[in-house]
Design a protein around this ligand. Structure first.
Ligand code: NG1
Ligand code: ZN
Length: 557
């Protein structure tokens, strides 16, 4: 069999440089993710698969090499679909099968299977764009990927280093170029100019916020943010912190959004004083959390739930003034449908605030961006954020059209419509984007004239604690009800139910991670002490009775 004019021999010969190690790989919620030195064969093969995906859709496909907030020695890879979405679920299985084929012949068989099942026209061209984060293993992994793409004769554009959301943006721009949905110029300048133009409309004529300290986790966000600042000039005051991208061992180490959120601590490597405004990106700049030190020297975190609430509150206000009527498929018209999608990790106070103060529907989904994204698409304005700071706001085509065609009867109404339109430009529609989300927060705070304290005072978080427990087999834990309960092991769920009853506002759940070889334990209660107690009781039981490995969980500091 020939693969669109390429011989099986040619593919096998190229693959010989990347033998598969004795490892089992899984394409999970974040693509493939493991130690960087275990990934060359996966990269080569994902190159082959990207070509097939591009051929079958007749579109450009993206490949991003990153392990996000995970340690520097890890790496990973994921495919990006034409509009910047995550890979179609049925292809995750193909990816897993291809990566695990033990020999070159088995690899070719696996390719043939995809070609036959998906009826892939092998004689059409393929186009793939590639980027990576700052990880030291990235260089070699890009080379393996390019070897896979080249042997299949793909048209390749290698952007070198980009943030994950920038790569998603490029893919969407390339695929929509020259269509009514044209998203922008597929260059970093195109990306910066688009965000800047949208941001400027919100802040023009308003008092400028004080300096924002941005912890870039010593990752790719640092150089990219510096490029944005050059474009924005005096219109924003940002101090780039933790920008040591070439110093070994620094990436995500005791800094970045994941560290700050998980441990509720300020990052190392930057000064934080009362009065400072600060935020942290993660290693590939798709997550962001804000924080400050209050006058009592207490660390205050504004996580993804607070960002969702800030965005939803502002959008609800604008929608009310704009009074937009959206045309529906059945010929009727109705007001904007706004929803905020959350997961079990959302702080209970945020859900309560959204549902009962803002009166907005709050559906829950399983953990993982693809689930949230899917649910958010059901609304005209679908806000979704994970508590960890990954999220965005999606606008339906019908809503965008209505913003474009509705004329305000008063200057106030006109302004509200313009603001909603501006949000569709400012917010990355492809994927959660820390840089775009940062500008969204800065824009709303500027328009509202709010400090971080004022934003934080919208509701008070319930104290919470999240822990990781390493166990010998995390597949024994099976979640139901949007991850809030365990179907198995039953006896563990019974223990959790009994423990939770002992604490006012108690809530606790156990869930196996999809990206790390650990189980996550989340607990919430009326006081920090109770949240910790509840968590460490359950974490201890998971460790003791369900195959704990390594160190028994204990307080972080
Ligand atoms: P896992 O490791 O499956 O919990 C983590 C995050 C997800 C999502 C993915 C993708 C938490 C509790 N989990 O997944 O929300 O962001 O990483 O990177 O934050
Ligand atoms: Zn990330």
């Amino acid at each position: 069999m020939s693969f669109g004019g390429i011989t099986a021999e040619a593919i096998k010969t190229a693959a010989k440089a990347y033998p598969k190690p004795a490892v089992h790989y899984t394409y999970g919620t974040a693509g493939f993710r493991t130690k960087g030195d275990l990934l060359p064969s996966v990269m080569f093969r994902i190159g082959l698969l990207a070509v097939l995906r591009s051929k079958v859709l007749g579109k450009t496909i993206g490949v991003m090499i990153t392990a996000s907030h995970n340690p520097e020695i890890d790496n990973g890879v994921k495919l990006v679909e034409p509009m910047g979405e995550m890979l179609k679920q049925s292809w995750e299985g193909y990816a897993t099968e291809l990566a695990n084929a033990e020999t070159e012949d088995a690899m070719l068989d696996s390719l043939k299977k995809v070609i036959a099942e998906e009826n892939i026209p092998m004689d059409v061209n393929s186009s793939v764009v590639v980027a990576r984060d700052t990880r030291p293993s990235g260089d070699l992994l890009v080379k393996a990927l390019l070897d896979g793409l080249n042997v299949m004769k793909a048209d390749i554009k290698n952007y070198d280093m980009l943030t994950t959301p920038q790569l998603h943006y490029m893919v969407r721009c390339i695929n929509t170029k020259g269509t009514p949905d044209a998203y922008g110029e597929p260059t970093t300048d195109g990306y910066y100019n688009k965000l800047y133009a949208a941001f400027k409309k919100f802040v023009v004529g308003k008092p400028k916020l004080s300096q924002l300290h941005v912890d870039c986790a010593n990752g790719v966000g640092a150089p990219k943010l510096k490029e944005l600042i050059k474009v924005m000039g005096n219109d924003i005051d940002i101090k780039v912190e933790n920008d040591q991208i070439t110093t070994k061992g620094k990436l995500n180490y005791k800094c970045g959004a994941d560290f700050v959120k998980l441990y509720q601590l300020q990052p190392e490597g930057m000064e934080l004083k009362p009065g400072y405004r600060a935020c942290s990106l993660d290693g590939d700049a798709d997550r962001i959390v804000y924080y400050y030190i209050d006058n009592d020297n207490k660390f205050r975190l504004l996580d993804g739930d607070k960002i969702a609430s800030l965005a939803a509150g502002y959008i609800m206000d604008m929608a009310k003034i704009a009074n937009i009527q959206v045309p529906r498929e059945d010929g009727s018209k109705s007001p904007l449908k706004i929803g905020v999608v959350q997961t079990a990790y959302a702080n209970g106070s945020s859900t309560d605030y959204l549902r009962n103060k803002l009166n907005v529907p709050v559906p829950f989904t399983q953990t993982g961006v693809k689930h949230l994204h899917h649910e958010a698409l059901k609304y005209d304005v679908g806000v979704y954020f994970e508590a960890n700071g990954h999220g965005t706001v999606l606008f339906s085509d019908a809503a965008i059209n209505a913003f474009k065609t509705t004329k305000g009867a008063t200057p106030e109404q006109e302004n509200a419509i313009e603001s909603l339109k501006g949000l569709t430009e400012l917010i990355n529609q492809a994927v959660g984007d820390a840089i775009s989300d940062m500008l969204l927060v800065e824009a709303i705070l500027t328009v509202r004239g709010w400090t971080l304290e004022q934003w934080n005072s919208q509701y008070t978080d319930l104290p919470s604690r999240q822990e990781k427990v390493k166990v010998s087999d995390r597949t024994q834990f099976k979640c139901i009800k949007a991850d809030t309960e365990l179907a198995e092991p039953k006896e563990l769920q019974e223990i959790i139910d009994n423990e939770v009853k002992k604490y006012p506002n108690g809530r606790c759940f156990v869930r196996p991670s999809g990206t790390e070889d650990i189980v996550r334990v989340y607990a919430e209660a009326n006081t920090a002490e109770n949240a910790d107690k509840l968590n460490y009781t359950i974490s201890g039981i998971v460790f003791d009775k369900f195959g704990g490995v390594g160190e028994r969980p204990s307080y972080y500091l």
